[in-house]
Design a protein around this ligand. Structure first.
Ligand SMILES: [Zn+2]
Length: 343
């Protein structure tokens, strides 16, 4: 499955050496955190909210490391005992709250937050709890946490990572400083990827397809399965122009092998027609998200008229929607193939 892979640490230019200065594209959030540190107004609880792959965990780690750094600056020094212990993954006063269940339950909060909070930090200024998937906390878990963050011990600090800010109780949110992470600009992501030995054309594709989600861009750019899926999509579009209807219909079995990742495959297919339409309208490869396929895109733009391309684009969009609403898998995709093959 394409969802495999771990984007942790993805935002860093080097290895996992968490510090603010090494994170790209979050200048305003980091500026605000640093000025709170400088003026001694660090909150006891923060929420970092945003899609998977946008760097929530990276940001939380950089903040935790900075707050415990013995140099006491507004960024982690990277060389004191605290920084080095953190990098080795054994910091005694920074805790990752984890669960093996789908949601974080009250027992998890009791065992991993409330109990450790009863004792003072082992050595450093704070006891920091990084709660990944905090939006999955049950109501009981949130209420248990609430008691702790309402009247925190002076050393208690909570970093809540979430993908769905609306899942929190208003009482929890009201006690947290909330930062909502936005996708980076596609240019930012593309520049980052080219710095990692990815060609400019490829970087433009991955950043465009990921819409500024750097973790996703990195995961996909190193995924063989994704590369193969993309080639499948391109060859499908070529087949659609050559084959007769029964043969096109038979291509359902190719799509079926991607059942688990069908939305991503349909995104690729939509992107294909998006680029063909852009090429037809502008006659300029500069605006393509897939410049590495510009010859194939150009050929299709030449061969197909515009209203037909729009119809195909709509058919894919409709199929995406039907599948999201639990429409019949085979029927939906066969209807789509039929629309793609006609004209
Ligand atoms: Zn340090």
């Amino acid at each position: 499955m394409l969802s495999a892979g771990d984007p942790r640490g993805a935002l860093f230019k080097g290895g996992f050496m968490a510090s603010f200065s090494e994170i790209i594209g979050m200048d305003s959030i980091i500026g605000s955190l640093r000025s709170s540190i400088q003026s001694g107004r660090v909150s006891h609880a923060y929420v970092f909210d945003g899609q998977a792959g946008m760097g929530k965990s990276t940001l939380a780690k950089a903040l935790a490391k900075t707050l415990q750094c013995e140099a006491g600056g507004t960024d982690a020094c990277g060389s004191c005992v605290s920084c080095r212990t953190f990098e080795s993954g054994n910091h005694p006063d920074i805790f990752n709250v984890i669960t093996d269940k789908k949601s974080i339950g009250v027992d998890d909060i009791r065992d991993q937050v409330i109990k450790p909070m009863e004792t003072r930090p082992y050595r450093y200024r704070y006891k920091i709890f990084i709660i990944g998937g905090a939006d999955t906390m049950t109501m009981a878990a949130q209420n248990a946490l609430l008691k702790t963050i309402e009247e925190p011990a002076p050393y208690g600090l909570f970093l809540l990572l979430s993908e769905n800010y609306n899942a929190f109780l208003p009482t929890v949110i009201s006690r947290c400083v909330v930062f909502r992470l936005k996708p980076l600009s596609e240019e930012n992501v593309a520049n980052y990827l080219t710095g990692k030995d990815i060609s400019e054309d490829q970087a433009r594709f991955y950043s465009g397809f990921s819409q500024g989600n750097i973790g996703r861009a990195l995961r996909l750019s190193s995924s063989q399965a994704f590369t193969e899926m993309r080639e499948t999509v391109v060859s499908l579009t070529q087949a659609l122009r050559r084959l007769d209807m029964p043969e096109i219909f038979a291509r359902f079995h190719v799509l079926e092998t991607y059942k688990e990742d069908i939305q991503e495959l349909l995104d690729l297919l939509m992107l294909w027609y998006r680029d063909v339409i852009i090429m037809k309208e502008t006659d300029n490869a500069r605006f393509l998200i897939q410049p590495d396929k510009k010859n194939e895109i150009y050929a299709e733009a030449q061969a197909t008229d515009l209203s037909c391309l729009y119809k195909k684009f709509d058919a894919i969009w409709q199929a995406k929607r039907n599948l999201k609403q639990n429409g019949n898998f085979q029927l939906t995709l066969e209807m789509m193939l039929l629309s793609l093959g006609s004209g």
